[in-house]
Ligand binder design. Sequence first.
Ligand SMILES: [Zn+2]
Length: 412
Amino acid sequence: MADSTLRLYDTKQQKKRPFKPLIGKTVRIYTCGPSVYAYSHIGNFRTYLFEDMLVRYLAFKGFYVKRVMNITDIEDKAISAASDKGISLSALENSKAKAFFRDFKNLGMLAPNKVIKASDAVPDIIRLIKRICRNGYCIKEKDGIYFNTRKFRGYGRLRHLSCREYYGKAMDDDYSKEGIWDFRLWKYWSEKDGATGWDSPWGKGRPGWHIECSAISMKQLGDRFDIHCGGVDNIFPHHENEIAQDRAATGKNPVNFWMHSKHLTVGKKKMSKRIGNVLYVSGLGKKGVKPRCLRFYLISERYRSKLDFTFAEFKKRLADCIHARKMMSELRKCKQQGSGTAGKHIATKLLQGFETAMDDDLNTKLAFKRIFRIFQEAELLMKDGVLSSGDAKHILSAATRIDSVLGVLGLS
Ligand SMILES: [Zn+2]
């Protein structure tokens, strides 16, 4: 039965709030998907695993979940990566998306209800830009159509940007106008775009990056939906710009909860090709790291907390999970006669311990701590020969339910 004991941290309000769907029992979630210009590394997958955890836990709580994810296949970097390789943008998209979904599946993640490529959403994107322009938020520049952030009151609220920051700093990305935060909605075609381009009321060109998520999320989930997720690096400017676009078009605040996961560091450093510490699921696989073990590691810390990957720490943390899995198989073999009362008690403790930890903004770290401790209690009873097959059945049933969310105990 769906209830609202769940509290989630909202980046915009900077606090935990009780969660309740906007309409009925269905939770509508939008999660920013991968860009196809590079392979997704394990830090990216930490974010996707947090989203997987959220979706699975909402289902555990009795909600119906509709999750939509985009694939960014027409951004500047993807176009130049395709041209550097001498292949078409769709060939690049096919190979990178294939690798992404292979890792996604291997890490035990549930597929989103809908995955939409930006290139398939261009008519919706054009319609949305037209609405934004009609409402007076567009500026025509020599290379494209920009969103006029100075016209939009409340710009910077997601990132909690001060006025000084807003006016005093230049934005440094491919989509913004020099010196101010205005960002591109539509870029006019130029020769280096090659075959990539669509006709629009502003001439041939292609959308900016930020607009695809606004167009896809609102088309699929409505002008107001429940949760929008991403990594902390998406907060600004990407999600800030989404809010500006959505509100400029509809006059409504698009999202009820904004949720963001923290970066993963490797050896206490941000992953970077320059340092050479970028880790991939397949690369770790070759070093003997099984995807399901990696899944455990990446969710063993709450999504908003720091997490650092080293092989030593990975091995250390994994030991508890392996022990719990062994315990599961021991329980399945249990043939001892008895009442099952102790098992019932342990199963209740397991479920309650798990649920109260997860209700507190998906505190997976605490959930695992409790699960492993309760397993130890069961193990002691088993060693003393006082745990019956009836007890084991109760414990296994609770653990299976818990593992429908965690997906690491080897039972789902
Ligand atoms: Zn996005």
